[in-house]
Design a binder for this molecule. Structure first.
Ligand code: SAM
Length: 476
């Protein structure tokens, strides 16, 4: 069989995620994982905070030396601080419907699962869910749906987004809706853009075509090229913030890691903008899914190393970890570069306004971190982070290359830090428990001191406005 040439600028899936290039990368990494001179050169490049290629990063991922790994972790922490500060953005997933026509063997929504409760929320139900989410303090959602052209057409998604943005309950508002729906057409992506979405998120699940086709035996998701080329169509449709990720556990992690970085390189090469976010979900137990059936599940140590290696390879990208991970694991990877986490999440359809009845289960996977949003916030602050509900960037047009320019020049801090403090104050005034409020007020007082005098004046004025009920939604 003829080899397919690797070309990061191509729009053809097998050319920009090139199987032979990945195999060569893995062989190169094995050959050089103890090549100290090469490792030192790669680390020198990484220390400049300009990122690494998939080949360079794969060598570091393969390296088993304790000292090198400790330095990778240290550098990951340093890069996270330089680009994203000590802020952590909070969001919640909202599952609108679990009807699905696909046959994904790792997901309980697969069409053959006849005993999982199928649910699709009406607009009235969505309103109730959004009110419950606003009452928790959330400002940013990621909506999730199974793929089903009859039950979940794009019109349903668009109507739901409109409903979500329209609800203003007490001082609450959902100010950014990110969307995680199956790969679709350029026309549909343009409609999502018009509806005012934030990031379009789509996990590749696995970059290995052979594994992909086995794991998605039936339904439209079986089409590897359609799925892999989705982000290019999203960008053609005008969405300039896209979020990528793989579901770790489905195939060998070193292959996935190289594929993930090649995808980021491809987006940069073609569109001039890399991924706005990279998610690192790990496969979890769910209704009829047993992780023991999957041979490639990864340990906590490997997971942490992957996070650190992504952080030093793609310094500008936001990195997301969900409640698929425990409090302990989340604490560990927050240090290594994560910039966004979900909190107080439900992975069932609905479930925020009223808990799901015990005899029904519509959840996509078991939530491991079951703490409330308030508990997550208090914990974050106690371990040295500033929780942020900020959604200002995309509302101010700081998306795509404009966001990347600010982020890469490490200027984004000037907007994000004041905005984080202002949105945290909204949370403290409107929703926090007394303990979280006390911890938060002390933290804000400390953090304001680090702002420039002009910015501190602006922030102090509006912190007071929020506390006194004179207004909300102040941002730079
Ligand atoms: N249906 C959409 C699609 O086809 O891309 C995406 C929405 S799906 C609700 C969100 C993600 O959950 C999937 O992309 C998959 O990576 C992840 N997921 C599915 N089954 C899972 C499991 N058992 N454990 C952890 N994550 C899972």
């Amino acid at each position: 069989m003829n080899k397919i040439a690797y070309n990061p600028q191509s729009l053809v899936a097998d050319e920009f995620i090139n199987h032979d290039e990945i195999l060569e990368t893995l062989a190169f990494a094995d050959a050089h994982k103890s090549d100290w001179q090469m490792i030192e050169e790669i680390m020198q490049k990484a220390r400049k905070h300009k990122g690494l290629t998939h080949r360079e990063a794969s060598v570091l991922l393969a390296c088993e030396d304790k000292d090198v790994n400790a330095e990778i972790e240290k550098l990951a922490k340093e890069i996270k601080l330089a680009y994203y500060g000590n802020r952590i953005v909070l969001f919640a997933p909202l599952y609108l419907s679990n009807y699905c026509v696909n046959g994904c063997v790792y997901c309980p929504y697969h069409a053959k699962n006849k005993h999982i409760a199928r649910r699709k929320m009406t607009q009235e139900e969505i309103k109730r869910e959004v009110i419950a989410l606003q009452d928790m303090g959330h400002k940013r959602l990621a909506i999730e749906l199974g793929e089903d052209p009859v039950n979940n057409p794009i019109e349903y998604v668009l109507e739901s987004i409109k409903t979500i943005y329209s609800i203003k309950h007490k001082n609450g508002a959902i100010r950014r809706v990110n969307v995680n729906i199956a790969a679709t057409t350029v026309e549909n992506y343009a409609k999502l853009k018009q509806a005012g979405i934030g990031t379009y998120i789509l996990f590749q699940e696995t970059y290995n075509r052979e594994s992909y086709e086995k794991l998605h035996p039936t339904g439209p998701k079986h089409n590897y090229a359609w799925h892999t080329e989705a982000m290019d169509r999203a960008m053609q449709g005008g969405i300039d913030d896209v979020g990528i990720g793989v579901l770790f556990g489905l195939s060998t992690y070193r292959y996935e890691f190289a594929g993930l970085l090649m995808h980021a390189e491809h987006l940069e090469a073609v569109h001039g903008v890399g991924p706005h976010t990279i998610s690192v979900p790990r496969l979890r137990h769910a209704d009829d899914i047993d992780t023991a059936d999957f041979q490639d599940c990864i340990s906590d140590d490997i997971f942490a190393k992957i996070v650190a290696c992504i952080r030093i390879s793609v310094p500008y990208t936001g990195m997301i970890v969900s409640t698929r991970e425990s409090k302990q694991t989340r604490e560990r990877v927050l240090q290594l570069g994560i910039s966004q986490i979900s909190g107080g999440s439900k992975t069932s359809v609905g479930g925020y306004a009223e808990p799901e009845p015990e005899d029904e289960n519509s959840a996509q996977f078991d939530v491991i971190d079951n703490r409330t949003l308030d508990e997550v916030l208090c914990w974050l602050m106690q371990i040295g982070y500033v929780p942020s509900f900020c959604t200002a960037c995309y509302r101010e047009g700081r998306t795509g290359d404009r966001f990347m320019e600010l982020c890469k020049s490490k200027q984004i801090h000037n907007c994000c830090h004041p905005n984080a403090l202002l949105t945290l104050q909204e949370y403290l005034t409107d929703y926090a428990s007394p303990k979280t409020k006390a911890v938060g007020e002390a933290l804000i007082a400390r953090e304001v001191k680090g702002l420039s005098p002009a910015m501190a004046k602006y922030v102090l004025q509006h912190l007071d406005d929020i506390r006194q009920g004179r207004g909300r939604d102040f941002y730079v």
